[in-house]
Design a protein around this ligand. Sequence first.
Ligand code: ADP
Ligand code: MG
Length: 618
Amino acid sequence: MSSPSPAKKRYRREEQGEKKRNSDSDDDNYVPYVPVRERKKHELMRLGRIAHIAENANKSSSENESDNEQSQEVLGRKYNISLLDQHTELKKLAEAKKISAVEKQLKEEEKILESVAERKALMAASELAKAIVYEDPIETSWKPPRHILAMPKFKLDEIRQKHRILVEGEEIPPPIRTFKEMKLPKSILLALVKKGIKKPTPIQVQGIPTILSGRDLIGIAFTGSGKTLVFVLPIIMFCVEQEVCLPFIRNEGPYGLVICPSRELAKQTHEIVRFFCDSLKQDGLPEVRSCLAIGGVPVTESMETIQKGVHIMVATPGRLMDMLDKKMVNLRVCRYLCMDEADRMIDMGFEEDVRTIFSYFKGQRQTLLFSATMPKKIQNFARSALVKPITINVGRAGAASMNVIQDVEYVKQEAKVVYLLECLQRTPPPVLIFAEKKQDVDAIHEYLLLKGVEAVAIHGGKDQEERSKAVEAFRSQIKDVLVATDVASKGLDFSNVQHVINYDMPDDVENYVHRIGRTGRSSTKGLATTFLNKATEQSVLLDLKHLLIEAKQKVPPFLAELCSESEQLLEVGDTQGCSYCGGLGHRITECPKLEAVQNKQASNIGRRDYLSNTAADY
Ligand code: ADP
Ligand code: MG
C-alpha cells in the first residue's frame, strides 16, 4: 500500500482492488448477515406491498437494523401512495413555498409602509408639546331609540351585512334604517322629503348614528352615495342643541367646521347646510347661522355672520388659515371638524395647512373624515388625529361607483379633439369633460365653442367670478358641457350628468374614480369615456385595468395585454393592490408615486448635504 508517490497514479486501480480485498476483513465495513427471509421481507417493503408488516418490523427490529429499515420505509411509503396522492402532496409543498414568498412580500411591504409613515402625527403642536392625549370620545345627549338598543348583536350585524356596511372600531353604535328613528326633527324630515330623500343610504344608516353618538369617524363610501348628509345633519343637530342651551353671542363660533378641498365644493356644501338650517325655523327651533370662507371672494359677507355669532363654517384650507392668522375668526369653541374628501386634501399638499388649522383648536373635538378613496397610508396617518375612531366602509375604499359604465378607448393624441365631438353625441347633455392641463381645458373649450356647442370651462387659472358663473350655468343646465381640470372632480354634485369624458387619464387612479363619480350619482346611471394612448403612464394603466376588472367592466385588448411582474401577488394579505396610493394594479414595492416622493426626498437630502458642505467649507 505504501507505494512511492510518483507511481501512485499509475497503480491506482490496483490499489483500489487491493483496498477492496483488504476491506473485506476490515471491522469498520462489517455488514451483518441478513437471512433470506428477512431480505425478502425488506424487498417487499421497499416495493410498498406490505406496509403494515414494515411497521411491525420496525418495532421489533434491532438497533443496527433500524437505520436500514427506516430508509427503506420511506421508499416503501412513497411507492405505497398513488401518483395522485403524491401529486397533491407535491402541490401542497409548492403552495407552502408560495405562501412563504407571499409572507416575505407582506413583511417587506409592512417595512416600507412603516418607513414612509408620517413621523409627525396629525395633531396640533400645542397638544403634542403638552402630550395631551384624549382617550374617550365626546359625550352627547343623543341615544338610539330603545327598541334599537334592545336589538341583539347578530341582528345589527345582519342589517350591516344586508347594506354591505363594514365597520371597524370599539363600541360601534347601531345602524338605523330610517331618518325618523335617528330622532331628527320633523322639519328636517320634511326637508329631506322635499329633496326626494326618503330612506338613508348605507353610509347614512351607519354614519349618522355614529356621529350623533359623538364618535370620531373615517367614512368611506363610493361617489354619490350621500356622504354629505352624514356629517351635515348631525352637525346641525349639535348646533341647535347648543343654541337652545346657551345662545351664541357676537363673535362666538364656529361650533362646527367643514373643510373642503375646492371652493366649488365648499360652496355646494354650504348651500346644503343653509337649506337644512332654513327648514328648522318651521319647527320653531332657533336659527342656526352658517358662513362660507373660500378664496377669491371678499370676506365681508362671512365677517357679517361671524360677528353675529356663527354656528357652522364651511371653508377651504387657504382662506381659513388666512382668517385664523389675521384673527378674523377663532376656533376656541369649535367642537366638530369634518374634512370632506380628506385623502385628496392631504394628497394635494394641504397637510401642513390642516396641521396648522388643528393647532387653533382648544380642547377636544369630534373629527370626521370622508372620501370615496382612502389609501391605507392616509387612513393610518389620519388615525393619529382621532379618538377611538370608527371606520365605516361601504365597498372597497377607492372602488369606482357601480352605477357608471366605464368605457376606455385608445385614441391617438392628434385625433383626440375631433373624436371628442363624436363622443359628445353618445348621450344627451349635461356632459362633463376633464383634462389634466389648464391649456388643454382652454383649447377644448374654444374648439367646442367654435363648433357651436354650449360649453363653459373652469380651472384654477380663472378668477372666482368666472368659475362660479360657469358652475352655476352648468348646474342650472343653461349650458350643456362643462370642461374642467381636476378642481371639479371632487365632490361636486351636478344633477343628472349623463356622460363624463376623460380627455386624458389622470396620474392618479383615485382622481379617475372621483372624476367618473360625477355621473351615476345617488341611484342614477351614467357613462364615462376615457381616452388613453402612448402618453399614458403604464402604472396608471395597470391600476385602471384592475379597477375595470373589479367593477366588471369591459377591458379592451390593449389594456388586457398589459401585465406587471408582481401581478400574481396583487391579492395578497388584506390589502388589495398598493397600500401607499391605493392603486389596484401594483403593490407598494412598485409604487411610482412612492418612488417619486422618495426621489424628491433623496434629491433634497443631496442638496442639503451640498449646502452644508459649502457652508462648512467657506
Ligand atoms: P357623496 O358625497 O357621497 O359623493 P352626495 O352627498 O353629494 O354624495 O350625494 C349625492 C346625491 O345623492 C345628492 O344629490 C343627494 O341629494 C342625494 N342623496 C343623498 N342622500 C340620499 C338618500 N338617502 N336618498 C336619495 N338620494 C340621496
Ligand atoms: Mg361628497
